[in-house]
Design a protein around this ligand. Sequence first.
Ligand code: TYD
Length: 131
Amino acid sequence: MSFRLIDLPKIPDERGNLSFIQEHSHVPFEIKRAYWIYDVPGGETRGGHSYYTNQELIVALSGSFDVILDDGQSTHKVSLNRSYYGLYVPSGMWRHMENFSTNSLALVLASTEFNASDYERDYEKFKQSKQ
Ligand code: TYD
């Protein structure tokens, strides 16, 4: 399964809009963990690894940033700047996040509990695993 943007529900309201994510309806995995990235200094990047099994959904809850995805063959840049889009990232994709706007907030829903040994942080090993 490849990466893709998922349209999340948006309930427009004069009092302020509302969006939500529901397991099985909007994410193609059981949600085991949520984490968020915030207070990113200008020019910093996050990520720079792949996961062997973990799948994720990334949402720009506030502000904007770019997610750079590499499947070992080609590289894609996805700009996230709306809180009603989720970027589904399957396992086995090298990724990093960059170009964070001031006060941006990235919510990440994950399919596994945190497990340091699920990370591949060596790009050469990642490339080899794709051959
Ligand atoms: P990491 O995933 O390497 O951050 P990024 O890819 O955004 O640069 O995580 C940074 C640190 O936080 C690392 O020491 C592992 C720890 N961490 C947890 O303990 N639990 C988690 O759910 C996550 C995502 C990270």
